[in-house]
Design a protein around this ligand. Structure first.
Ligand code: ADP
Ligand code: MG
Length: 729
């Protein structure tokens, strides 16, 4: 009997549910307690320092050295008071994780005594060794230094005993090596472009921020079972496993209550999150067994991205207290739904007006339409770039897999808005509008608030759906850094808004009245971007054919999707708006390809090892038992009769051999293909070889292993099965 598997199962089933904390403390009493937010700055900084930081946050102004020293002193005092002994610059390198290098607050003085020290220089800038982070060839080996620089717009926080200071991370030569740098630049570009457009409607708008509310899906798995599955803990997903007789078909998980042990975990990580100022609000079961979702109230996008990264870390840490592991992989199990991260995104003015929410008067309604139509056109114009922004080895298993939005980018706006756009298209003719025509349009536009009020129109199969007062980008992968998708979206919309302003101004110059000019340009965009709008079921096959007819791309392949990063059009977009330079774009492209290739390489190695060391020996063992049995039957029943009596065993012996032989050969062939791919130096060709020639083996080998799983005695099987992994006892 496989002791490893049964020990894990025993451990997993013996768990006592941890009591759900019956805390009577109100959230308001501890929310943000570990964050150096405005309130704490106000308490701990001089008036001058406080005003300087606030101005830096709101207007992006620089903080001078003297002020930085004051801020550092106040921040240190607060952090030590919260129990911190160390500080770190906290940043988001391109390998998808978050990075920290902890330094203690103390320094040795000349006479050997220890003094607590943390000054402005340490707050503002650090030079971590960048050599272990991906740089895509930007960083030469002789210049391994990189800079981290303080981002005052995201507040510092204390985790455990460490003060974490959110920073950007750039190479010695100034190129971005992280997500935050281009995210901030894209937000800035969007701010400028959106404010300029807002001025048509409201002169008081001075700033537009992007808001982001993410919904994080994840799986939980028992720790003991997790560690008995090397594929799961090494690659994040199961590379084999026959589907469980029951998984999600009864939908009993989605509608069921949250198990106590899970609730205890949720409660604990939510409290930690709330202490860090992450406004987590919603929790529920998801469709697949052991799949859950967590969502906060939306925030300014830069902060929301930081908070999502933080939350993923916190969840992983707290899960261990409950003997769980969190699976953030997009597709941990083959036969059940995968996980995504829905990015709800909108635009908000300095006056706290949501630009995707129509107002009470015709002017604000036209403003609403302007932003809505421009965003649709941005998706139309840069659909392949949005696709590239969500491309990853994990998301590849999810997009278009009958449960997740397809790899085809399209926009859903609902039937009511669709008919409104259709009407506008008909009514605005390009000629000067008569008073009657104007009245008709006004009437149409005036109806928008009512339309949206009872907008129950929800489409959960669209990758990019308008949901009443925001767009929901649903195709983002569950493990992704939200910034990757947001950088593309912000930049695409910024560019589109700039074009809009140019087009409208050109008409105004020709003496077309402002309102009419806006309507004419919007009508042009409605017509041009029509084919990106799709209101039907995005999961069905008809849509694939329909999209093909419309000329929309359906890029299933990740390496193919990533190519968009370095097309002339994309390079122009990002360099024109100063979000990323050409060198940075190429670097990102290469880093993503490299990571993609590495992941397939690791999966291929793990599967090969498991097949040869775990599966085949187990199958042989069981086959020998069968052989002994058949021999015994032959002894008892004799040459003639045993063949009938032992026919199923004989057939099983044959089937086991067939599968073993197939697996052996496939593993040998797969290793051959890896070798061929590994000698290629061009990373694009190499990644392509991995996709085309190595990846298919994973599925083929798995099929044979899954067949063996159904033949071999359950007691011998060395790995926890799907029915065990998928349910929490
Ligand atoms: P659903 O599951 O129906 O999509 P949820 O309530 O789970 O809805 O998630 C909705 C998310 O959208 C939340 O994170 C919420 O904060 C966010 N959201 C709401 N309004 C905005 C907005 N104006 N900008 C960005 N995100 C928003
Ligand atoms: Mg949602």
């Amino acid at each position: 009997m496989s002791s490893f598997r049964f020990k894990s199962l025993r451990e997993a089933t013996n768990r006592q549910p941890v009591a759900v904390e019956q805390s009577s403390v109100k959230t308001s009493e501890f929310f943000g307690i570990n964050v150096f937010d405005r309130y704490k700055m106000h308490q701990n900084l001089s008036k001058e320092a406080y005003n300087n930081v606030v101005e830096a946050i709101d207007k992006g102004t620089k903080i001078d050295r003297k002020i930085a020293n004051q801020v550092a002193t106040g921040m240190k005092a607060w952090a030590i008071d919260r129990g911190a002994t160390h500080y770190t610059h906290w940043f988001q390198p391109l390998n998808g994780a978050t990075a920290e290098k902890h330094d203690a607050f103390f320094e040795l003085s000349d006479n050997g005594s220890v003094i607590e020290n943390f000054n402005g220089d340490m707050l503002v800038q650090q030079e971590p060794d960048a050599s272990s982070f991906p740089s895509g060839g930007i960083r030469n080996t002789f210049e391994a230094r990189g800079y981290t620089a303080w981002d005052p717009s995201s507040p510092a926080f204390v985790i455990g005993k460490t003060l974490c200071i959110p920073t950007i991370f750039v190479s010695y030569t100034g190129e971005a090596l992280d997500y935050k740098t281009p995210l901030l630049k894209s937000l800035n570009a969007l701010d400028n472009a959106a404010v300029a457009v807002c001025k048509y409607f409201d002169k008081d708008v001075t700033k537009v921020i992007a808001t982001l509310g993410w919904e994080q899906e994840y799986f939980l798995v028992d720790e003991a079972l997790f560690f008995a599955r090397p594929d799961l803990w090494i690659t994040g997903r199961t590379l084999m496993g026959h589907s469980s007789a029951k998984d999600q078909q009864l939908e009993d998980h989605y509608f069921g209550s949250i198990p106590d042990r899970v609730l205890a975990f949720m409660r604990e990580f939510e409290i930690e999150a709330l202490k860090l100022g992450i406004p987590v609000k919603t929790r529920h079961n998801e469709v697949a067994p052991n799949q859950f979702e967590c969502a906060p109230v939306f925030e300014e996008a830069n902060l929301a991205v930081d908070h999502n990264q933080l939350l993923m870390d916190i969840m992983a840490k707290i899960a261990q207290n409950h003997k769980f592991r969190v699976l953030l992989h997009e597709k941990p199990y083959k036969s059940v739904n995968g996980s995504g991260k829905h990015n709800n995104w909108s635009l908000m003015t300095n006056e706290k007006k949501n630009l995707l929410s129509p107002g009470k008067n015709p002017k604000t309604n036209i403003q609403f339409l302007t932003f809505l139509i421009n965003i649709v056109r941005a998706v139309y114009e840069y659909d392949d770039l949005l696709r590239a922004g969500i491309a990853s080895h994990g998301n590849e298993h999810r997009l278009g897999a009958n449960e997740a939005p397809p790899a085809i980018m399209s926009v859903f706006i609902g039937t009511q808005l669709t008919s409104l756009l259709n009407d506008l298209e008909k009514r605005v003719t390009g000629k000067k509008l008569s008073p009657d025509e104007k009245a008709d349009i006004k009437l149409d536009i005036g109806k928008i608030p009512e339309i949206l009020l009872d907008n129950t129109d929800r489409n959960r199969t669209s990758p990019f759906a308008f949901t009443g007062n925001r767009f929901e980008f649903r195709a983002v992968g569950s493990s992704a850094n939200c910034a990757s998708a947001m950088i593309v979206l912000n930049t695409a919309v910024a560019s589109q808004l700039k074009e809009f302003k140019k087009d409208v101004d050109a008409l105004i110059k020709k003496r077309v009245k402002k309102d009419e000019a806006i309507l004419q340009v919007l009508r042009k965009y409605i017509v041009e971007s029509k084919r990106i709008r799709f209101e039907g079921n995005g999961y069905c096959d008809e849509w694939i054919n329909e999209a093909l007819k419309r000329g929309l791309k359906n890029t299933i392949d990740t390496t193919e999707a990533l190519k968009t990063f370095v097309t002339e059009k994309s390079l122009k977009l990002f360099t024109d708006l100063k979000v990323l330079s050409e060198r940075e774009m190429y670097a990102r492209y290469e880093i993503t390809l490299e990571s993609y290739k590495n992941n397939i390489q690791i999966e291929s190695r793990v599967l090969g090892d498991l097949a040869l060391n775990h599966i085949i020996p187990t199958a042989v063992k069981y086959q020998n038992i069968l052989i002994e049995n058949v021999k015994g039957l032959k002894d008892i029943f004799g040459e003639k009769e045993f063949k009938v009596i032992a026919s199923t065993e004989i057939q099983a012996i044959q089937e086991i051999s067939n599968n073993i032989n197939a697996i052996k050969q496939l593993v040998i062939d797969m290793i051959e293909e890896r070798k061929k791919a590994n000698v290629i130096t061009d990373i694009h060709l190499k990644a392509e070889k991995y996709t085309k020639n190595v990846k298919p083996f994973l599925e083929n080998i798995r099929t044979h292993i899954d067949k063996l799983e159904m033949i071999v005695d359950d007691e011998l099987w060395p790995l926890p099965k799907y029915r065990e992994l998928l349910f929490i006892r």
